[in-house]
Write a protein that binds this ligand. Structure first.
Ligand code: ADP
Ligand code: MG
Length: 252
């Protein structure tokens, strides 16, 4: 929406400029430039192998990028360890495979990073964890271990764990792709709730209904190139790019 007197223009939280990335001879990110705005939800879609995960992982430096610049909340992503620590605090990530610590309870999974990294006192970390567990509908499972939970429940705990660090932005890499169909909605509902609370989110997903409903903007990756970014109605209803039309047609 165009800024008006009473709505200040959104602030770009992440700036990506001319980013390239190679794995050996493979050129997997090709001159990618974009911005992610505070409080907005960006949805990334594209075929398998198009570079979606690699792109997401460069945003919290799980992968180093090659040429180009990535600046997250004013912090330039480079080899500075100080910057890396700051980035890991500010950019949370939710993975396809949940990645909970199997030997820790739900409560311990959530309180670990706040206690170690943010030095939050135990009692305070636990209180915050119970609030987050309530929010994701998992309060009654605080003392269970991950293997005692369904995939959907584990993913909701993983989301609570990311939120516990109070990140400025949350990245999701196909958070429902490993789930049985009946569990997908319970996770998408939690994500919708977080989006409504104003969290800045970048979500790689194949869930087109979620993309349309929750996304402020759709980014389409094609062979390492950010081929198009557009608001959902324009992207889905007035799509003129043949390649993207083909991709969307396959899903329908
Ligand atoms: P997507 O998430 O869209 O499926 P990826 O970002 O996982 O795509 O992969 C993009 C390309 O980079 C693919 O060709 C993939 O095989 C390659 N790739 C991804 N990770 C690595 C890696 N660690 N080493 C070598 N090649 C990789
Ligand atoms: Mg991927």
């Amino acid at each position: 929406m165009p800024p008006t007197a009473d709505s200040p223009p959104p602030k770009p939280l992440i700036v990506v400029e001319g980013v390239n990335k190679h794995f050996g001879a493979a050129h997997v990110l090709r001159d990618v430039s974009t911005r992610f705005y505070e409080g907005h939800v960006a949805v990334i879609i594209g075929a398998s192998g198009s570079g979606k995960s690699t792109f997401l992982r460069t945003l919290n430096r799980l992968e180093k990028h090659g040429s180009g610049r990535i600046v997250v909340d004013g912090i330039e992503l480079n080899d500075s360890v100080k910057n890396l620590d700051a980035i890991r605090r500010e950019v949370g990530m939710v993975f396809q495979q949940f990645n909970l610590f199997p030997h820790l309870t739900v409560l311990e999974n959530i309180t670990l990073a706040p206690r170690r990294v943010r030095k939050t006192p135990r009692k305070q970390a636990q209180e915050a964890a119970f609030e987050l567990l309530t929010r994701v509908g998992m309060k009654d499972h605080a003392h269970k271990y991950p293997h005692q939970l369904s995939g959907g429940q584990q993913q909701r705990v993983a989301i609570a764990r990311s939120l516990a660090m109070q990140p400025k932005v949350l990245l999701f890499d196909e958070p429902t792709s490993a789930l049985d169909p009946e569990m997908i909605n319970e996770v998408l509902d939690v994500m919708k709730d977080i989006a409504r609370s104003g969290m800045t989110m970048i979500v790689v997903t194949h869930e087109m209904r979620f993309a349309r409903e929750v996304g402020d903007r759709i980014l389409f990756f094609d062979q390492g190139t950010l081929l198009q970014e557009a608001p959902p109605d324009e992207f889905f209803d007035r799509q003129h790019n043949e390649r993207i039309r083909g991709f969307l047609g396959q899903l329908a």
